[in-house]
Design a protein around this ligand. Structure first.
Ligand SMILES: Cc1cc2nc3c(=O)[nH]c(=O)nc-3n(C[C@H](O)[C@H](O)[C@H](O)COP(=O)(O)OP(=O)(O)OC[C@H]3O[C@@H](n4cnc5c(N)ncnc54)[C@H](O)[C@@H]3O)c2cc1C
Length: 394
C-alpha cells in the first residue's frame, strides 16, 4: 500500500526533492526498520555505526553549504529528511535534525568565518555535533533570563551553571551556551552565546536518566564549573545571545512540525491497513463509520498540515517567514497529531499497546513535539501578541 504522505508530497515538492526523500525512505526501511525494535527493547541510543553511516550519506550536512563540505540543500530538504526518518522514529529523525537545525544553525547564521571554518566541515560530516544549550533546570519557557552566568575575568569569561535537556549531548564536541552577561539590560539584551568545548575539564556531562520518550536520542545535562573562555568563543554579538537562540528556533520549529506530521503519517497508514485486515462481528473494522471518521480526520490533517508546512518552509527559504507563523505551525501540527494518535490507538484496540505495532512509540514521542522548542502553551501567548497590539499579554 502506498504511503499516504507520498501521495501529498508528490504534488507539493519537485521531482528532485521527491527523489531525495524516497532515497531516505528506502534507507530507513532497509537499514533501520529491521533493527529498531531491538534498540528500543534494549533501551539503546542510536548506534554509533548508524550515525556514521548517516554521516557518510551527508545527512548531517543537508543544509550546510558545499563550501564547508555540506550538501548545500535548504530547509525543505531538512524537512523532507525529517518526514522520511520520522515516519519510523522521531529519535532517528531528531539526531541529524537537531544536529543541523539546533547545532549547526546558530553557527551558520551568526558564526565568524574562522568559527565556521573550524567547525562546520566536521559537523556536516557527522564526525561531531554541537548542542543547543538554551534550557536549564530552572529556566525552560523563561529562556530570556538564564541562570547560567558568564562573568568577565580579565580578558576572558568564566561560565557557571547548568544546562539540561541537551539533545545529542553524547555525540557533541561543543555546546552553544546561552548565558546571562548583562542582568541590568532590557529583556532580549541580557545574554551572550558562547561556543564551549565539551572536553574542557570544568565541563561535565551526563545522560539524563529515566527519560521514556525519544528513547534512542541522546539527552544530556551539562554542568559548567567556572569554565574559562576567551572572546573568540562568543557566537554573534555580546549581549545579543537571545537573538541567536530565537532565530535558530524558527527553523527548528518547522522541523518539529514536520516530525509531528511524520508520526501522523505513520499512524494513518497503520490504521488504514489494520482496519482493512482486522475483522470483528464478521466484517473488517474499517466498515464501521466511527473507524472511518478517525481515518478520514487523520488524512485531512495530514494534507492540511503538509500543505501549510511546505508553504512556510518555502517562505523560510525566501527569508520572508515571520516567527509567529513558525510557532503556529509547530503548535497546530503537534497538538493535532497527538490528538489523532490517541484516536488511532483506540480504533486499533489492544494491539496498539504493543511496542512492535509502533503507534505507542509515536504517541509518546509526540509529547516532546508539544513541549520542545517552546512549549505550545507558552508559544500561544507569543503568537497572540500581534493580534492584540494595544494590550500587554501575560
Ligand atoms: C526530549 C527533550 C529534548 C530537548 N532538547 C533540547 C535541546 O536540545 N536544547 C534545549 O535548550 N532544550 C531542549 N529541550 C527543552 C525544551 O525546549 C523545554 O522542555 C521547553 O522549552 C519547556 O520548558 P520546561 O520543560 O522547563 O517547561 P516550563 O517552562 O517549566 O513550563 C511548564 C508548563 O508551564 C507552561 N508555561 C510556561 N510558561 C508559560 C507561559 N508564558 N504561558 C503559558 N504557559 C506557560 C508550559 O506550557 C508548560 O505547560 C528538550 C526537551 C525535551 C523533553
Amino acid at each position: 500500500m502506498e504511503r499516504r504522505i507520498d501521495h501529498y508530497l508528490e504534488r507539493l515538492v519537485s521531482s528532485d526533492s521527491m527523489t531525495f526523500y524516497k532515497a531516505l525512505c528506502e534507507f530507513a526501511e532497509e537499514k533501520i526498520e529491521p533493527n529498531y525494535l531491538d534498540w528500543e527493547r534494549n533501551h539503546q541510543l542510536i548506534p554509533e555505526d548508524v550515525i556514521s553511516e548517516m554521516g557518510q550519506m551527508g545527512l548531517f550536512g543537508v543544509t550546510v553549504s558545499e563550501k564547508y563540505g555540506g550538501q548545500g540543500g535548504n530547509q525543505l530538504d531538512l524537512i523532507l529528511m525529517g518526514l522520511a526518518l520520522g515516519y519510523h522514529s522521531q529519535s532517528l529523525a531528531i539526531t541529524p535534525g537537531a544536529a543541523m537545525s539546533l547545532g549547526a544553525k546558530p553557527l551558520q547564521l551568526f558564526g565568524t568565518e574562522a568559527q565556521k571554518e573550524a567547525h562546520l566541515p566536521d559537523l556536516a560530516s557527522g564526525k561531531r555535533m554541537f548542542v543547543f544549550g538554551l534550557s536549564e533546570p530552572g529556566r525552560g519557557s523563561d529562556a530570556t533570563n538564564p541562570q547560567v552566568t558568564a562573568k568577565k575575568d580579565g580578558d576572558d569569561w568564566k561560565i557557571k551553571g547548568e544546562k539540561c535537556w541537551s539533545t545529542n549531548a553524547k555525540w557533541s564536541s561543543h555546546v552553544v551556551v546561552h548565558a546571562l552577561t548583562s542582568p541590568e539590560s532590557k529583556p532580549g539584551y541580557r545574554t551572550t552565546c558562547f561556543i564551549v568545548p565539551m572536553d574542557d575539564s570544568n565541563v561535565s556531562y551526563q545522560e539524563m536518566a529515566g527519560k521514556d520518550l525519544w528513547s534512542q536520542s541522546s539527552t544530556g545535562s551539562i554542568t559548567f564549573d567556572d569554565v574559562r573562555v576567551s572572546n573568540d568563543a562568543i557566537l554573534g554579538k555580546e549581549n545579543e545571545g537571545f537573538k541567536v537562540m530565537a532565530q535558530t528556533l524558527n527553523g527548528g520549529r518547522l522541523f518539529i512540525a514536520g516530525m509531528s506530521l511524520a508520526s501522523l503519517a505513520f499512524a494513518l497508514d497503520k490504521c488504514r491497513s489494520y482496519s482493512q485486515e482486522r475483522e470483528q462481528f464478521g466484517v473488517p473494522i474499517g466498515t464501521f463509520q466511527r473507524v472511518q471518521d478517525v481515518i478520514i480526520d487523520m488524512d485531512i490533517t495530514l494534507e492540511q498540515g503538509l500543505t501549510w508546512l511546505i508553504d512556510l518552509t518555502n517562505r523560510y527559504n525566501d527569508n520572508t517567514l515571520d516567527r509567529e507563523s513558525a510557532a503556529k505551525v509547530k503548535i497546530e501540527c503537534s497538538r493535532k497529531a497527538s490528538d489523532h494518535l490517541t484516536m488511532a490507538m483506540e480504533i486499533c484496540g489492544g494491539v496498539s499497546s504493543l511496542d512492535e505495532f509502533g503507534l505507542i512509540r509515536h504517541h509518546r514521542d509526540l509529547f516532546v513535539c508539544r513541549v520542545g522548542e517552546g512549549s505550545n502553551f507558552a508559544l500561544k501567548g507569543f503568537a497572540a501578541r500581534p493580534l492584540m497590539p494595544d494590550i500587554t499579554l501575560q
